[in-house]
Design a protein around this ligand. Structure first.
Ligand code: ADP
Ligand code: MG
Length: 250
């Protein structure tokens, strides 16, 4: 689904490559998390995939094709929900379809309504984002990301601004969505427990600059419940990941 081949990237004005000869891949249908110390370049990787930034050398492939020139190769959900405050929730959801420009107004409204039902926001379409709770706004933003139609979803710390209990519910909710939608998800978090709970595999950015992402499989099956986090194998993996990350901070 996604492949980095010897990717190199440098911010203008910096004197080093923040992504340096990075290769990794994600298979279709996987849920993979990227964890790493803050500032190591995780969001930069997403900005490269969604083409807000361009590689210096190397390649990024989606479905076997170089991304440059590909439109709509991924759906991107940044940390802040970025819903437009002056648009209603429904109008926000229509935005990616308006940009594509291949549907009538009626069709767009229908799809937006269906997407809202799917994320548990039935009858909330007429409200402004400011009238929703933080968790509801993130669900609306997720629905909008799905409506891009992309197979590959990039979620950048989507729950980090939510309170603890909401975050826990949103994780369970996201796994249900993933199992229903069968999309490929790449998920950035700095929360080790969140990464383990959600992912089939965790990619650890051990160093800055990012020269490699160490792939660590999560040895538990889906579907997963909260009790999953108490399994000895999970606790051990959590310790192992925390140690890996601490080594780099120290
Ligand atoms: P992360 O998401 O892992 O916390 P980022 O990918 O956002 O980190 O940023 C990685 C590093 O690149 C940070 O040290 C940041 O200061 C730097 N950086 C981010 N954007 C720019 C930019 N536009 N120009 C120069 N440096 C940047
Ligand atoms: Mg970031």
């Amino acid at each position: 689904m996604l492949r980095f081949e010897h990717a190199v990237f440098q911010y203008p004005g910096e004197d080093f490559n923040i992504v340096d000869d990075l290769s990794f891949h994600v298979e279709k249908g996987e849920f993979v998390s990227i964890i790493g110390p803050s500032g190591c370049g995780k969001s930069t990787i997403f900005r490269l995939i969604n083409q807000l930034l361009q590689l210096k050398s190397g390649e990024i492939l989606v479905n076997g094709t170089n991304i440059s020139g590909q439109k709509n190769s991924c759906g991107y959900m940044p940390q802040q929900d970025l819903l437009f405050p002056w648009r209603s929730v429904e109008e926000n959801l229509c935005l990616p379809m308006e940009l594509r420009g291949d549907l009538t107004k009626e069709e767009m409204k229908e799809r937006a309504a269906e997407a809202l039902r799917n994320v548990g926001l039935e009858n909330q379409g007429a409200k402004r984002p400011s009238e929703l709770s933080g968790g509801m706004r993130q669900r609306a933003a997720f629905a909008r990301t799905l409506l891009t139609g992309a197979e590959l979803l990039l979620l950048d710390e989507p729950f980090s601004a939510l309170d603890y209990l909401t975050r826990i519910s949103m994780r369970e909710w996201l796994l249900q969505q993933w199992q229903r939608e069968r999309k490929t998800v790449l998920f950035i978090t700095h929360d080790v427990e969140e990464a383990i709970y959600l992912s089939g595999r965790v990619l650890v950015a051990e160093h800055m600059p990012i020269t490699q992402l160490t792939s660590i499989p999560v040895p538990i099956d889906y579907p997963r419940g909260r009790e999953t986090l108490k399994l000895p194998a999970v606790l051990e993996l959590k310790e192992q990941l925390i140690e890996k990350l601490r080594r780099d901070v120290a």
